[in-house]
Design a protein around this ligand. Structure first.
Ligand SMILES: [Zn+2]
Ligand SMILES: [Zn+2]
Length: 371
């Protein structure tokens, strides 16, 4: 499934101001919040989409990247709202412009893994028929030794003794004006409040390791250049038990020597002889599904286009198809047999056309050419 354009999701213009984006987001968040909608699951999905779009478009740097690359490099912005517990706190803090109070000292809970991008080139035939392609890529996978926990097998995850399991540490500074306390994330446990008793040796306690993955990606018939396919959960492993990121496969459809494409319609050119065009006839024309019969009406002019309905590209969703548009060019022969020349000259005379008389030498030469 291709991911929707973030601007479309928020219903704003490509050059919308920060203010317009914020306004659009607030309006959408109010109407689509899962608590106010009947269909909870669909609402959650939609709400997540709205939040993803806002997280990127409200951040100047990420928006710039999105405008340039059509995506945001993995690892930032795409927060996971699964579970709908604590995660929502953040959104509503932002939503109502309240200073973050309690949530500022929340433990760093599960962090979702990064999304990955894979660029894949396919032929127009592949796009027409649909295909399955095997791709291989490097990513951070959950460590198989510790199952992602970061603890050496057989050992326990214990409370972090540096922060007593709170995930944050308090520093008190003495100044001439009094005591100032600041709080920051515990570096020993990275805010999780827990630490492996003895870190997994295979992954140094990170719970993730570099791994090579091979995956079959199904490419549905009808995809276009620039389409992206989301393979949910095939990105990088999360941290502290967070879910895996997604893999986005960006499709690049190679130019075809014979067919052009515009949306669901395909285009090609064919040659017809002058008699075929003048008298009308049935010719075979190439298409992505093989040769198709085309009936030329008598008096077809060079450059005339015929639309073969339903013989273009399939749509990714739905069963109807685009059209195949064939432009007919009348080919002028560059070599004629003697018989053909005689007939053409006769034809010209019948139509009153003036033809240059051939020299005696040319006629002799022609007499010795085999038909
Ligand atoms: Zn490990
Ligand atoms: Zn700690």
């Amino acid at each position: 499934m291709a991911t929707r354009d973030f601007y479309d999701v928020l219903g704003v213009d490509r050059n919308a101001t920060e203010d317009e984006i914020k306004k659009a987001y607030r309006a959408l968040a109010r109407t689509h919040h899962p608590d106010v909608r009947e269909d909870k699951h669909a609402a959650e999905q939609h709400f997540k989409e709205i939040n993803e779009a806002y997280a990127v478009l409200s951040d100047r740097r990420k928006r710039e990247q999105y405008d340039r690359f059509g995506q945001v490099p993995s690892g930032n912005g795409f927060s996971d709202f699964g579970g709908f517990g604590g995660g929502f706190g953040d959104i509503f803090d932002m939503f109502f412009n309240e200073p973050r109070t309690a949530s500022a000292h929340r433990r760093a809970g599960p962090t979702r893994g990064s999304d990955l991008r894979y660029d894949l080139e396919i032929s127009l035939e592949d796009a027409f028929h649909g295909t399955t392609r095997e791709i291989t890529f490097e990513h951070l996978a959950p460590c198989s030794t510790c199952k992602g926990s970061g603890a050496e097998p057989g050992t326990l995850i214990v409370r972090c003794d540096h922060c007593n399991g709170t995930g944050s540490v308090r520093h008190v500074r003495q100044t001439p004006f009094g005591h100032f306390a600041t709080q920051s994330t515990c570096q020993a446990c990275m805010g999780s409040g827990q630490r492996p008793q003895s870190p997994c040796r295979a992954c140094q306690g990170h719970g993730r390791r570099e791994a090579t993955r091979t995956l079959n990606v199904r490419i549905p018939a009808g995809v276009d250049d620039g389409s992206r396919i989301r393979v949910a959960g095939s990105g990088e492993a999360g941290e502290h038990g967070g879910s895996q990121g997604d893999l986005y496969v960006y499709l690049h459809v190679r130019a075809h020597p014979q067919f052009r494409r515009d949306g669901a319609d395909t285009f090609t050119d064919v040659a017809a002889s002058f008699p075929q065009a003048a008298l009308g006839s049935q010719i075979n024309v190439p298409s992505l599904e093989g040769e198709l019969p085309l009936t030329l009406t008598p008096g077809t002019q060079s450059g005339t286009s015929y639309r073969l309905r339903g013989h273009g590209m399939p749509h990714v969703r739905g069963s109807h198809r685009g059209d195949h548009i064939v432009t007919v060019y009348v080919a002028v022969p560059t070599k004629l047999t003697r018989r053909q020349r005689e007939l053409l000259e006769e034809y010209a005379r019948a139509g009153g056309d003036h033809i240059e008389e051939k020299s005696f030498f040319a006629r002799v030469k022609e007499a010795f050419r085999p038909d």
